[in-house]
Design a protein around this ligand. Sequence first.
Ligand SMILES: [Zn+2]
Length: 392
Amino acid sequence: MAFVNEWFWFFLLIPVAAVSGWVVGRRGGERHSDSQVSKLSTTYFRGLNYLLNEQPDKAIELFLHIAELDKETFETQVALGHLFRRRGEVDRAIRLHQALVSRPDLNDQQKVQALLALGEDYMRSGLLDRAETVFTELAQIDQRAPQALKHLIGIYQAERDWDKAIENATRFEAATGEPMGKLIAQFECELADRQRASGDIDAARAAIARAYAVDSNSVRAGMLEGRIEAELQNDAAAIRAFERAARHDPDYLPELLPTLLASYERSGDTTGARAFLSEMSEHYRGVAPVLALTRLVEAEDGVPAARAYLARQLKDRPSVRGEAALIDLALAEGVDPEATLHDLKHITDQLLVRNPSYRCSRCGFGARTHHWQCPSCKEWGSIKPLLNYAVV
Ligand SMILES: [Zn+2]
């Protein structure tokens, strides 16, 4: 890939350098012009030849020589800096771009381009504070310098300076119209996390409110708010926050369920808990809400009711954890083992049908039967029997 990129830059430069060579030549005498142009083009063709023979280092050396002769042309110098950086010679790129930036003859657009390149050099060599200075200057020169703002957002993320990350992301959104709410909400939650850890709960709550303001679907804001309020035993507020998060993205349910259930238990609202778990079991594909609801049914209505509920649910969503819970309930109830065995057989049959028994180790394709060649990625011998403890 690096080779291809160097190619690209080399080709890009040919017309520029050829024209500049021609102009230099025209300013001198005719004879001088001819010899210079022919010297330049000879050098270029030698460089091309190196590239074609896959000797990019030699080609670059030649190109460096040409660029030395052509110090006036802005584009040549920018491309040369690019080549240095691509070869990992960041110090050389920095020196070149620093010289370029301080040139008095640049127009605004060239100045912006040179500063961007210099800032990217600094980023590459880990000099984040210098990069920050350059990109800040750049964002001032050109109010619509989205690239500079994007780099600043990256720098402040790396420095974990969330206030400044938020400020620049907001400016970026204003400049480009590209929505940044989800990202800003993450930064606000980072702030809230920090403030919570240092005991400033009011500041954490304010950051969470700002996160919601820019991303009303923020799961993280809901989970964080729920944890904070549950810790303070503000259980009604905790329940509201957790349920909001779970409704936005049911996949996070297992993460927040234990704390949410503890809040429900402290507030004695079993009816609310059962209603929410029943709602969630419609939206969440896993067995977690069903198992939690089974425990509530067991506590309120007794073991037989819980066993009947669980057995009914597991017919639609077979699960090994569900089977284990069903066996526990059957043992506790002391029911006819044959009925339980029929239930378990039914659930296990469904598990066997649903789980692929073979998987491609290259692309992850799942299959019920064995193929020597993967139907998905066409690799040979990559599909092997799956060691799935739910099945094997
Ligand atoms: Zn495959």
